[in-house]
Ligand binder design. Structure first.
Ligand SMILES: [Zn+2]
Length: 332
């Protein structure tokens, strides 16, 4: 399931294929599954119970959109979400065309050595066409472009595109699977939200329609790496965010749960006092909800080769599962 989710394609506002895969898995454990106009997928089990818990993660990924087909057959693109241009040259991509996926390579011209950071407008996608006419037979303007699926795992470290945030989608599905048949008082929903990377748009709709009692968002965060120090380390557990995006009561409960069950948990400040994640949208659009956020340390975020640890994914699943099992017993 993890490999399939990471290898599916779903650039922000073009999430259909990845969202359908999420739906396919959710249907195995949920009593009801629904999708809204935004493309958000919500799956619920134990529908008769009163206390409503929502686990969420965003299904969309950063990518590009074709803005021009040039005379020489190359494609110009614009970014969708915060793609880092410094990491783009010669990356393999797929253009989502009506005829299927067309393979391409990101190239910039000229290859500058003047110390300037490249910009996305300096890049083209080479799809092996000789001229505009040939390219137009394959590609339409507006077609989304995604990083090419490239999942690999070595010594419990995953390298792949779209770890942000398909690992979150995997976590919420896995929790639902493990809690199937075990909850008495909790009505559990999982949501795969859309358009997170372009302004947390899908979650704004989910928050207003779902209005849960408790919401836990699962996303990734920058791990300690070359240019980022004092960050949670990959392989040492998922992290609880110590900023405005997680309520203090939630943080306390998570820390207690992890220590009682001896599950690895790190603390992380978050980039800013509010990290601009889906949980902040839930807080604003559903003020009666107790909101919390757990994050999985990830290197090279928003690139073709993001990295995270299977241990941290497991720690996140275990903490949420234990926390909800404990809460369910308290409510009984
Ligand atoms: Zn994310």
């Amino acid at each position: 399931m993890l490999k399939s989710l990471l290898s599916s394609i779903g650039v922000s506002s073009f999430e259909r294929s990845a969202a359908d895969l999420f739906r396919h898995y959710a249907e195995q454990w949920a009593d009801t599954v629904r999708q809204d106009y935004f493309g958000n997928t919500m799956a619920t089990m134990n529908t008769g119970a009163k206390y409503r818990v929502l686990l969420s993660a965003h299904i969309d990924e950063v990518g590009f959109q074709v803005t021009e087909v040039c005379q020489n057959g190359l494609l110009k693109v614009r970014g969708i979400g915060g793609v880092c241009p410094a990491r783009l040259n010669t990356q393999q991509v797929v253009v989502c065309a009506d005829c299927g996926y067309v393979n391409g390579v990101m190239v910039s011209t000229p290859m500058t050595n003047d110390g300037k950071m490249p910009d996305i407008k300096d890049f083209f996608v080479d799809i092996d066409c000789q001229n505009r006419e040939q390219a137009m037979q394959l590609i339409e303007l507006g077609a989304p472009v995604a990083f090419m699926p490239n999942y690999s795992v070595h010594d419990s470290v995953i390298t792949s595109k779209s770890i942000d945030d398909r690992v979150g989608c995997y976590v919420v599905l896995e929790v639902m699977k493990r809690l199937k048949g075990g909850l008495k008082k909790i009505r559990l929903s999982v949501a795969a939200t859309t358009q997170e990377e372009i302004g947390l748009r899908g979650m704004a709709a989910v928050a207003q329609t779902e209005q849960p009692d408790m919401a836990i968002n699962v996303d990734v965060t920058d791990a300690e790496q070359l240019d980022k120090t004092s960050r949670p380390r990959m392989g040492e557990g998922c992290a609880i965010v110590l900023n405005a995006d997680s309520h203090a009561m939630f943080r306390e409960r998570v820390i207690k749960t992890a220590s009682r069950a001896n599950i690895a948990l790190q603390k992380c400040l978050g980039r800013e006092i509010t990290g601009g994640s889906d949980s902040s949208r839930m807080q604003i659009f559903s003020p009666k909800t107790l909101v919390g956020e757990l994050v999985i340390p990830c290197k090279y975020m928003h690139s073709h080769t993001e990295k995270c640890s299977l241990n941290d994914i497991e720690s996140c699943i275990n903490i949420i599962t234990d926390l909800l099992t404990g809460l369910d017993e308290e409510l009984a």
